[in-house]
Design a binder for this molecule. Structure first.
Ligand SMILES: [Zn+2]
Length: 93
């Protein structure tokens, strides 16, 4: 559960991300926009795709990347994306 959801349920007094203290902890913040993850994405997402990548809504972002079957030198982008997002989520727990 993110801090945004905890606060919405009156379980926690802040929506701020406790990792970076720099943004509201939404699902998209945790998986994409928190500096802990955005630094990784910036290194692996091709520059010409970064604007779209970092501006998509949550559902669009998940749909586009999980359906993107570009070959990344022996594995699919969708596989790498899912593993990186999962790792990013688990790392915080
Ligand atoms: Zn953060």
């Amino acid at each position: 559960m993110t801090n945004m959801e905890r606060q919405r349920r009156h379980l926690y007094d802040t929506r701020v991300c406790q990792v970076c203290k720099g943004g509201e902890e939404s699902i998209l913040h945790v998986l994409r926009d928190c500096p802990a993850m955005s630094g990784i994405w910036t290194r692996v997402v091709p520059p010409q795709r970064q604007r779209e990548f970092f501006n998509a809504s949550l559902l669009s972002w998940l749909f586009e990347n999980l359906g993107h079957d570009a070959d990344m030198g022996g594995y699919l982008w969708s596989t790498f994306f899912a593993m990186a997002a999962w790792w990013g989520w688990k790392w915080r727990c």
